[in-house]
Write a protein of this length. Structure first.
Lengths: 91, 347
């Protein structure tokens, strides 16, 4: 799926016709400018993932209680018996 | 001394709204307080309220058009009684705005200020900095909020410090660069000359690729279910996701989600995202500190390139000080050198 509508699908965005026209024009212009990068060679170095190359050290797996269940659910669209409630996904 | 400080709307304070400038979080009340908010209170500072921000701080990422909200926030700060605003300026837009308005923005070394309780945007560049009127006040505030916090997984263990410092200059200065700044650098022992940052001509593309990829990932959590805005009319789960995001996100956020989907997709990952990460390493490793401690980049007459130098410091994770006519950049953990310059400037 390598098209604007494909990216809309991945991003879960569905703009109306007017907004879509504006977004697509900006998207195309930006995507075109990315081609500038192709002129540069960086094949001899590795990708920089962290600016200071701090090694990823796994922390001890210690259970901590940061928020209560009520606090976690306080901003939810809907909840039931202490769980997030979502619209049905099957007919 | 106690200062009056505003927090950008992406920095949480328990029980107070934290919108990150987005309709998506318009009804969101923070369940925790950010580490910086706790540090300010423990340090005797007064948190005076919230400062407006562009949606997830993304203004200026895709074009140069001024963000009304950001401009209004900076203008309001110029004339109010508050001493500083804490912000997450990963795009460099706030620093550039500050420089144009005669204010000062201090961007700390990546990993020196805890981001616990900051609504994430671009994790590899997110860093809370200080927008202030008087640089020495900004550095006092930075000293209060800096420090290791195990709750932020990308923190540096400590920052280095030292004695006398050396300043390097870029080539935009014109004339005799060394004699032109004798007054400013009187407190510093030696002056060297530095060149423009490598690949400055493609900073915009590199930041757009990296920021879009990370921002699109971070905003994927907003789906109308767990918290934030939820669309009213929907027939199934997918429609709830899509309508909520479409109705709540502004144009720049939609664009970041779309560009993120593109650069992280199989067709473009190596060509753009992987390439941008490699170029970021080349840029970072091109900085040589042999012989000087601070790079000084002079802004052009209209201050438009202030953002280029700000982006340079964010790409490299380096501390920087943006003031009216220039941006100073120091090596990682060397905020002390920047504060020396700021104090010399004030005197």
């Amino acid at each position: 799926m390598n098209s604007f509508s494909g990216y809309e699908n991945i991003a879960m965005i569905e703009p109306g016709d007017d907004e879509r026209g504006v977004l697509k024009a900006r998207f195309d212009e930006i995507a075109e400018s990315f081609k500038l990068l192709l002129k540069y060679d960086a094949s001899t170095v590795s990708p920089l993932v962290s600016v200071f190359d701090v090694p990823c050290v796994l922390r001890e797996d210690i259970s901590q209680k940061l928020l209560s269940r009520e606090e976690l659910l306080s901003g939810a669209l809907d909840s039931h018996d202490g769980y997030f409630k979502v619209p049905s996904t099957l007919e | 001394m106690s200062y009056s400080i505003l927090l950008e709307e992406s920095i949480m304070q328990k029980g107070i709204y934290a919108t990150a400038g987005s309709k998506m979080l318009a009804n969101f009340t923070a369940p925790i307080s950010a580490a910086v908010a706790d540090s300010l209170e423990a340090g005797g500072m007064q948190i005076a309220g919230r400062a407006k921000m562009s949606e997830f701080g993304a203004s200026g990422l895709y074009d140069d058009s001024p963000c009304t909200l950001l401009t209004e926030a900076v203008n309001a700060f110029c004339s109010d009684k508050n001493d500083a605003i804490l912000c997450n300026d990963y795009t460099g837009t706030i620093a550039a705005n500050a420089a144009r308005r005669g204010l000062c923005y201090i961007h700390p070394t990546y990993g020196t200020v805890s981001r616990y309780g900051l609504i994430p945007a671009v994790c590899s560049m997110d860093q809370i900095g200080v927008l202030c009127k008087v640089p020495s006040v900004g550095f006092e505030i930075l000293a209060i909020i800096a420090g290791y916090d195990a709750r932020d997984g990308a923190m540096l263990p400590s920052a280095n410090d030292g004695g006398g410092r050396t300043v390097g200059f870029n080539n935009n200065d014109g004339g005799d660069k060394r004699t032109a700044d004798t007054r400013r650098t009187a407190a510093l022992p030696v002056i060297s000359v530095a060149k423009m940052p490598l690949y400055a001509e493609i900073y915009r593309q590199i930041t757009q690729i990296l920021c879009s990829a990370e921002l699109s990932g971070n905003i994927s959590r907003y789906d109308g279910i767990k918290f934030g805005y939820a669309a009213k009319d929907y027939s199934d789960l997918r429609e709830l996701y899509t309508k909520s995001r479409t109705e709540a996100f502004g144009e720049d956020l939609k664009l970041s989600a779309l560009i993120g989907a593109m650069v992280l997709g199989a067709m473009c990952y190596e060509k753009y995202y992987d390439k941008a990460m490699r170029l970021r390493r080349v840029i970072k490793e091109s900085v040589c500190w042999d012989g000087f401690d601070v790079l000084r980049y002079i802004h052009d007459a209209d201050g438009k390139d202030a953002i280029v130098f700000a982006i340079f410091s964010r790409l490299c994770g380096l501390p920087s000080l943006s003031v009216q006519e220039c941006t100073y950049v120091a090596d990682a953990g060397n905020e002390h050198a920047l504060s020396m310059i700021a104090v010399a400037d004030e005197q």
